[in-house]
Design a protein around this ligand. Sequence first.
Ligand code: NI
Length: 138
Amino acid sequence: MLITRKAEFSASHVCAQSSLTPEQNRALYGLAANPNGHGHNYVLEVTLEGDPDPATGMVFDLKQLKEIIHKAVIEPMDHRFLNYEVPPFDKVVPTAENVAAEIWNRLEPSFEGSPARLQNVRLYETDDLYVDYAGARQ
Ligand code: NI
């Protein structure tokens, strides 16, 4: 069974590589390369997979899931300029893909040894663009 919890945060970013010229970054990332940055209201969907506990009827304690998401993602990323305030985005370009992977990496350890496993991280950067990440390929 899959269960999904949603959370939102707002953050700014610049999509550019320090090894490229401003013209090259502009060609690659378009307006997102503007060094002043721009913001997004990110919408995050965290999906767990597991069987409901016969006693509680729950796959995972949703109150606890909310706290895990808050501590691992919302607290460190909300109202931050990702490139300057949230490692590894001082070195890794904070595209939606890379932000989703970082969120996965921050959440995943919380479910080790738990009956539920992290199944998917979906990150909406805008209403019409989202990334799904389900961990690195083995
Ligand atoms: Ni952007």
